[in-house]
Write a protein that binds this ligand. Sequence first.
Ligand code: NAD
Length: 312
Amino acid sequence: NYSTIGFIGLGVMGFPMVENLCKKLSDSVRIYVFDVSTSTVEELSSRTSGRAEACSSSKEVAEKSDVVMSMVPEGSHVRSVYLTPGTGVLAADLSNKLLIDCSTIDTATSLEVADAIAKQHPTASFYDAPVSGGNLGAQKATLTFMVGCAESDPKFPMLQGLLGMMGNPDAIFACGGQSLGLTAKLCNNYCSGLIAIATSEAMNIGMKSGMDPRVLAKVFHASTAQSAICDKWCPVPGICPEAPASKGYQGGFKIQLMRKDFGLAVDAAKRVGVDLALGEKGLETYTAAMNDPRCKDLDSRVVYRHLGGDEN
Ligand code: NAD
């Protein structure tokens, strides 16, 4: 049970996740937030009419909250949020607190943070719980959560209830144990990253042969090339009106984050001895796309542009 909840990292994902918490949590639950960008904290506070209360450090959030969630870009940021002496989460009294990191990072960093928490605060619990569904899923509270715990974990029902306010309650998965939520997420993004490249290339073949991409997308939808990428996040502009591709590739999942996740998945494959037929090629493609000035900071499906796709 909790009467206070904290959230650290209010970007593309964290901001709308907190907005949903503000709408769905009972009025008696206080919500504390922090981001290194003070203007973002102020904007969220005003958008929620003060319900999201601004804090000045991760430590302050952790001091004030029974449950602490974090959603920052990379392992280095997670380390900074939790481990920075004096201002990090670990500097607070974490007795009996529940800590949930939703960032997509490498399992080694997550296990290091879990270990540091267990040593210094043995009554606190730390979970990895990365998400899928992008900015739209965060806004609409339809995210999938991949939780690093066993199905039998006594706290899992409570986690399902809480995470279900920001996601699809039927898509909160116990992935088996500590850090396996992250493993599930990296496997998912390896797969969806390759599907985005394959869909872009296949669309290119069809269009350059004279096909209308809208017809081709319908064929894929009804056939074996069907995928969430094709149905909801089509890399070709004008196919899915809500997809970033139809909005100049603005918003969505930044190309550098896809490059990061893809690289983490390739590293994970090496660690467990899985040979990848497409891993190095995919990594090379996302690295080149990330460094392509026409793709900088845009949604990862802009890989279609990098691969020479027609945007008319
Ligand atoms: P983002 O860059 O939009 O937001 C990250 C936020 O964290 C920023 O507001 C930044 O100021 C803040 N931050 C960074 N370091 C901090 C620190 N030390 N203390 C406090 N705040 C700090 O990133 P995002 O798109 O929201 O992604 C967050 C995580 O979610 C990433 O790991 C990403 O891979 C994952 N993810 C993103 C998407 C997506 O579609 N954007 C989808 C699924 C998962």
